[in-house]
Design a protein around this ligand. Structure first.
Ligand code: LR7
Ligand code: MN
Length: 589
């Protein structure tokens, strides 16, 4: 019966799959929709692919007039139910021209009504939960923006109005961070005055950055819950009650929605994986990881239960207003963009709060591949000084680790005055970063005093293990374990951590991995997402210098072909020099 069911599911799956990919040639322009759209196994509507014009086409720069114009011209059915917008081949050049303005498909966005419908992507059970929402505290929804498009900004606003219970909506607060667009001035004032939910606009004549802008909103907010959103989001049914319910239970919880994807080309609404949680890598870049192991098993009982996350993405969350200010609001030394999500996450956890992802809350965010606006002071300078502040205030010796390997941040760290934030840390009696790593993120891949950290050198070949850069994506880093020249400089690409449990891990949560049982043919060793399973457990023998795979007792070795592109292998332990490895510690703190 199981096989039959699988077969049936496959048939249903294939049958419901509609291929809409096609190539059109219009004159000399190739228009490739290159897009596939289907209902997946979970019944969720998925759209993949992008509009690809002919790369050879000359696309003129967007004119100033185009930049300042509001060309919102809705077509009643465009983007309905979160479906993708289809652009006709004749419009492709214009589409690409408009794309430059906001780094998303403005033409598509401008065709979608502000109150478009979206699928209800929640788990069924979510729909009957939160029946007592009328008892919850009221929210002020704060949306900050710099030069946002009319259609994305107001679709965000309308999705809040249409899908939040009026009883728990205090107000919407728009904070304009010195936008230059004409249509965001008087026309927006006039429009906002007609909305059915009280909406106010705070304006800045100088660029203050997103942290200051959010603080301005928070200071005037009347609701006892603050809900922050980016200016290009779309909320779905139940998004607000499910988050506020957690804050109602425990006002020291920061609640985050599951962040779905609004495709930057087609504006399709794509449900994303519910079991992602947020952390960061050695460069302090925010990263999603997947729930696994015991945490996942615990959820099997009830997958609508909120789960903890070490950090949040930053843009979309709900927080008790009192708690937010008691915790120190935001670090006002953070400029323009970046780092504030880690800063608030560390502070929340270390100073007595917690962060959770609420699976019944789904909000779409328009993800872009690049940023459309200027960074006064320079992108690098801004981002690195923000991250330097985070490291200096919250990360203790892991801050030293960050600065050791990040020259840019190290150069500007002394320019930062973080004394008031250090005072806050001691005033709030916050725990240290070791506590955070041990308790909030026990699966982390950072070095610690109880772990080996450094190079892994093969003595036979005098080459070092490196983290493969090849076929990896941000979601699924994996590849073949390779050797390379041992570098004179200490670079992260050659740095590994070996834990007490025997996991050999490196940045972005990837681990040295090999099959558990002997197979026919070469036993290939890979670098794969860390799983915590025994196939990733190793034992280092200091005397023989062998790295032994714990479950099959074979030794890490160089392939007999000596072709390092093929990666490493496991062989029976035979004392050969290619099976000897030196674990060379590097001081990181
Ligand atoms: O100077 C500025 N002033 C602003 O008002 C720069 C930006 N902004 C506004 C901007 O218009 C937008 O509404 O701030 C908001 C965030 O800027 P985005 O949309 O350019 O940022 P992002 O979505 O690329 O970046 C993510 O990281 C940021 C780091 O500072 C913020 O935390 C964003 O809120 C955050 N977005 C999300 O978390 C959405 C989900 C992304 C993921 C994962
Ligand atoms: Mn954003």
């Amino acid at each position: 019966p199981v096989i039959f069911l699988c077969l049936l599911l496959t048939i249903v799956f294939v049958w419901r799959r509609v291929e809409v990919g096609e190539d059109n040639i219009v004159g000399k322009h190739i228009f490739r929709k290159n897009q596939e759209e289907y209902i997946d196994r979970r019944g969720v509507h998925v759209v993949v692919g992008h509009y690809v014009g002919n790369p050879a086409d000359k696309v003129p720069n967007a004119t100033l007039e185009m930049i300042n114009a509001n060309n919102f011209a809705p077509e009643p059915n465009a983007g309905k139910d979160g479906f993708p917008v289809v652009i006709a081949p004749k419009d492709i050049i214009k589409m690409r021209q408009l794309f430059q303005i906001n780094r998303f498909n403005l033409m598509a966005s401008d065709r979608i009504p502000l109150n478009r419908t979206l699928p209800d992507v929640r788990k069924k059970k979510c729909k009957s939960m939160y029946q007592d929402y009328k008892e919850y505290p009221k929210s002020s929804v704060i949306i900050v923006y710099h030069n946002e498009a009319w259609s994305t900004l107001l679709r965000t606003v309308w999705s809040v109005i249409n899908r939040s219970p009026r009883e728990i909506m205090e107000e919407i607060i728009l904070v304009d961070d010195a936008s230059e667009r004409d249509f965001l001035k008087k026309p927006l004032d006039d429009y906002v005055s007609t909305l059915p939910v009280k909406t106010r606009i705070i304006r800045n004549s100088e660029r203050v950055g997103l942290v200051q802008a959010r603080l301005q909103g928070a200071r005037v907010a009347k609701g006892s819950v603050l809900v922050f959103l980016d200016a290009h989001c779309e909320c779905t049914m139940g998004w607000l009650e499910s988050m506020v319910s957690r804050i109602n239970d425990d006002p020291t919880t920061i609640a985050c929605p599951v962040i779905d994807i609004i495709n930057d080309d087609t504006f399709a609404y794509v449900k994303s994986f519910e079991l992602h949680w947020g952390a960061f890598n050695w460069l302090l870049q925010f990263r999603w990881y997947t729930l696994a192991g015991p945490a996942l098993q615990k959820r099997a009982k009830d997958n609508t239960e909120p789960f903890v996350t070490p950090t949040m993405a930053g843009g979309l969350f709900a927080i008790d207003r009192q708690f937010f200010f008691n915790l120190g609001g935001y670090d006002e030394g953070l400029r323009v963009w970046g780092g504030e999500n880690l800063e608030l996450s560390f502070r929340a956890w270390q100073c007595g709060g917690r962060i959770e992802i609420v699976p019944c809350s789904h909000v779409g965010h328009l993800f872009r591949k690049s940023s459309p606006y200027s960074f006064p002071g320079g992108v690098g300078e801004t981002l690195y000084s923000n991250l330097a502040r985070v490291a200096l205030v919250w990360m203790d010796e892991w801050g030293d680790f960050y600065f050791k390997f990040n020259n840019e941040a190290r150069k500007i760290k002394n320019k930062q005055d973080v004394s008031s934030r250090l005072q806050l840390r001691s005033k709030l009696h916050c725990k240290n970063f070791k506590w955070y790593l041990d308790n909030v993120w026990p699966q982390h891949f950072f070095p610690s005093r109880a772990r080996f950290f450094g190079r892994i050198r093969n003595l036979g070949e005098n080459l070092c293990l490196i983290k493969p850069l090849g076929k990896e994506t941000s979601n699924q880093p994996m590849g073949i374990a390779k050797l390379n020249q041992c570098l004179k400089e200490e670079l992260l690409i050659e740095m590994f951590v070996m834990t007490r449990e025997g996991f050999i891990m490196t940045d972005d949560s990837v681990c040295l991995d090999a099959p558990e049982k002997q197979v026919i043919g070469p036993m290939k060793v890979r670098i794969m997402a860390c799983s915590g399973y025994s196939r990733q457990k190793w034992k280092y023998n200091k005397n023989t210098k062998q790295l032994v795979h714990v479950s099959n007792k074979l030794c890490l070795d160089v392939p007999s072909s000596r072709k390092y592109e093929d990666g490493l292998v496991l062989n029976s332990c035979n004392g050969s020099s290619t099976q000897k490895w030196e674990l060379e510690s590097v001081v990181w703190h």
